[in-house]
Design a protein around this ligand. Structure first.
Ligand code: APR
Length: 174
C-alpha cells in the first residue's frame, strides 16, 4: 500500500511522475489548475489534448508533460459540474480519481499529484469533494506515492481531515 499525502501548493511545482489536471471536455486548457498546467507544460499540451478530445466527465486521458519535465505525464480528467448533488456528481468525481489512478498505474507511474478536482469553477462543495477523493484514492492503492495538492487552506484542511478519517476507519477494522 502506498502513501497518501495532502500538501498545500502549486501543483505545477510538484516533483512527481504524473500531474493530474482538472480539464474540460475539449482538453484545450482553461483557467484554474488547468490554466496553470497548460502554461507550465507549453502549447504542445493543448495540441496533444486536442487529438484525444472530447473527454467525457469522469474519464481520464494521458499525454506527455512536455515542458513540465521531469514530470513524465499529464493526466487530463474532467470533473462533474456541481448542480445539486442528485445528478450523480459524487460518482463522476470518484471516477475522475479512479480512472486517473488506473491510467497512471498502466503507465508505470510511481508518484502522482492530484488537485481538488471540480471544487473550483465546477462548484463542487469542498468538504464533500474531499471525502469522495479520499475514499476513491484509498480504494485503489496502485500508486506508491499519491499527493493530493490543495491550493488554499480550506481545501487543505478538508483533504487532511478526509484522509485522516479514512485512516481511522482502516485502523479500526479488526
Ligand atoms: N495548483 C493546484 N491547485 C490549483 C491550482 C494550482 N496551480 N490552481 C487552482 N487550483 C485549485 C483550485 O483552487 C481548486 O481547488 O484546483 C481546484 C480545481 O479548481 P479548477 O481549476 O477551477 O477546476 P474545476 O473546478 O474542476 O473546473 C474545471 O475550469 O479551468 C477550467 O478548463 C477548466 O473548464 C474547466 C474547469
Amino acid at each position: 500500500m502506498g502513501t497518501i499525502e495532502v500538501v498545500l501548493g502549486d501543483i505545477t511545482a510538484e516533483d512527481v511522475d504524473a500531474i493530474v489536471t482538472a480539464a474540460n471536455e475539449s482538453l484545450l486548457g482553461g483557467g484554474g489548475v488547468d490554466g496553470a498546467v497548460h502554461r507550465a507544460a507549453g502549447p504542445r499540451l493543448a495540441e496533444a489534448g486536442a487529438k484525444l478530445a472530447p473527454c467525457e466527465p469522469g474519464n481520464a486521458v494521458a499525454t506527455p508533460a512536455f515542458d513540465l519535465a521531469p514530470v513524465k505525464y499529464v493526466i487530463h480528467t474532467v470533473g462533474p459540474v456541481w448542480e445539486d448533488g442528485e445528478r450523480g456528481e459524487d460518482e463522476i468525481l470518484a471516477n475522475c480519481y479512479l480512472n486517473s489512478l488506473k491510467l497512471a498505474a498502466e503507465l508505470g507511474v510511481g508518484s502522482i499529484a492530484i488537485p481538488a478536482i471540480a471544487t473550483g469553477v465546477y462548484g463542487f462543495p469542498t468538504g464533500r469533494a474531499a471525502q469522495v477523493a479520499a475514499r476513491a484514492v484509498r480504494s485503489l492503492p496502485v500508486i506508491d506515492r499519491i499527493r493530493l495538492v490543495a491550493f488554499d487552506e480550506e481545501t487543505c484542511e478538508a483533504l487532511t481531515t478526509a484522509v485522516a478519517l479514512g485512516e481511522d476507519h482502516g485502523r479500526s477494522v479488526p
